[in-house]
Ligand binder design. Structure first.
Ligand code: HEM
Length: 440
């Protein structure tokens, strides 16, 4: 039992509270707050928020006592106006129905059926790069992951149309960016960011509407993708048409940025860990016969899977998981009221030396060792019933896309050290990361 009634509370500025430190450097802020304890009380613009960083407390919230929590209002506010019909903003029975209807598209079997498309789209994408070509790596990886989603979600070739998704996601991240000037204004004052948000979201909605309507006109049975599963659920009366479209919009937004960020960071990590890139190439040459990997190679690409897992540990793509208590809860010995809000960041437990040897080092082989580490010291996809529906999809996509790239190119990456991040819902690098292509 704790000795005081309230969790420790790191100092913040009057009015803005701890938000100023977060806007300066989100990961440094979260690390410094966590130094006060496993459960810490923060204030953001007068709002109370608890930071939770011990794996056992995280498991309690996400799994063991998940029925006492719902997604935080932050998540609903972030996605309001763009994912109103999607599972991301839904709660209670509506969320259960939306999630259940989408489930068949994310079973292991369905995901395996997307495997060859994940690799072939990557091969097609990489083959367009010329030797010596230079680009903004994150922007390029986002175009790639949007194209992969186009083929696997919608059976559509989105080459040349990626910006529709990318601009809407940028507007979303901007809206939650603590550094943007209008962030401190009341919600009813429209800012240029809000206007841009509305414009890009309308464009994305119209884009998905058109693709889905086209599919309905031509019949859905022939295709084997996420859209077909959702339309089948619509025909069975389990989803409304706006819910089918809303979920597809949510998958396009949630499903492209995190995988793209992870691929960007993998290549960034190779710069300081050339032995990892060499080991990947060695595995590729040993395991993959033919022009590129297929789903049959997936299990054997063990080292590649470990590189992906380690990248998600050291650079988790999301800032954290949000929850709100729907009834009074006892956490770490403290009695917290109904309505208490929680931020559960991956960055801190993923690098906590109580649970990891050499937490700052990139060691893919740590994933081959037996360990008694608590389960929720690692949760890039969150966990429990509300955890990421795209977890297995993303791990398979990242493994096959990375192997396909490694079989074809080396990327010479330039970036300032260490990486810094935009204070937003995603830990998107604020640092420019450029890459130059060297064909293998
Ligand atoms: C590296 C890749 C990814 C990471 C790290 C990631 C991480 C996350 C996290 C942390 C959450 C919050 C879960 C919670 O509140 O407990 C989430 C939710 C979600 N993710 Fe992902 N994600 C990734 C890829 C994907 C992909 C590829 C898709 C779809 C194709 C996707 C779709 C979603 C959806 C729809 C939700 C909301 C689930 C719900 O509310 O029930 N994600 N993701």
């Amino acid at each position: 039992m704790s000795e005081t009634e309230h969790p420790p509370s790191p100092d913040g500025l009057p009015i803005f509270g701890n938000g100023v430190a977060f806007s300066r450097d989100p990961v440094e802020a979260m690390e410094s707050w966590a130094a006060h304890g496993d459960l810490v009380h923060l204030r953001f613009m007068g709002e109370s928020m608890y930071l939770v960083t011990h794996p056992d407390l995280i498991k309690q919230i996400l799994v063991e006592e998940q029925h006492k929590f719902t997604i935080g209002p932050e998540q609903q506010e972030t996605f309001a106006g763009v994912e109103d019909h999607a599972m991301t903003t839904a709660t209670g029975d509506r969320w259960k129905r939306l999630r259940r209807a989408a489930h068949p598209a994310f079973t292991r079997e369905s995901i395996a059926s997307y495997g060859d498309r994940m690799a072939s789209v990557t091969a097609r994408f990489v083959d367009e790069w010329a030797d010596g070509e230079q680009f903004d790596l994150h922007a390029e990886m986002r175009r790639l992951t949007v194209q992969i989603l186009g083929e696997t979600l919608l059976d559509a070739d989105l080459r040349g149309q990626e910006e529709v998704v990318i601009e809407a996601a940028d507007a979303l991240v901007d809206r939650t960016n603590f550094r943007r000037p209008g962030q401190l204004l009341p919600d009813w004052i429209p800012t240029p960011t809000d206007r841009r948000f509305r414009r890009t979201v309308q464009r994305l909605d119209a884009f998905v509407d058109e693709l889905v309507d086209e599919r309905r006109d031509t019949g859905t049975a022939a295709s084997d993708d996420v859209c077909a599963t959702l339309l089948a659920a619509h025909e069975d009366g389990d989803l409304t048409l706006p819910e089918v479209k809303g979920n597809l919009v949510a998958f396009l937004l949630a499903g492209h940025e995190s995988p793209a960020g992870t691929l960007t960071r993998v290549w960034y990590v190779f710069e300081d860990n050339p032995d990892v890139y060499e080991a990947l190439c060695e595995e590729y040459d040993r395991v993959v016969s033919g022009d590129r990997p297929t789903i049959e190679h997936y299990d054997a690409l063990e080292y590649t899977q470990h590189v992906v897992a380690e990248t998600l540990r050291i650079y988790p793509p999301t800032t954290g998981v949000n929850r709100q208590a729907t009834e009074p809860v006892t956490l770490d010995g403290y009695e917290l009221p109904e309505g208490a809000r929680f931020l559960i960041p991956q960055w801190v437990p993923h690098r906590d030396e109580r649970f990891w040897d050499y937490p700052e080092a990139f060691i893919p082989d740590r994933w081959t060792r037996e360990t008694d580490r608590p389960e929720y010291a690692y949760f890039p996809f969150s966990g429990g019933p509300r955890g990421c529906i795209g977890n297995d999809f993303a791990r398979q996509e990242l493994t096959l896309a990375l192997a396909t790239m490694v079989g074809r190119v080396d990327l010479d990456v330039t970036a300032d050290e260490p990486l810094t991040f935009i204070p937003s819902v995603q830990l998107r690098p604020a640092t420019d990361i450029t890459a130059e292509v060297r064909r293998r």
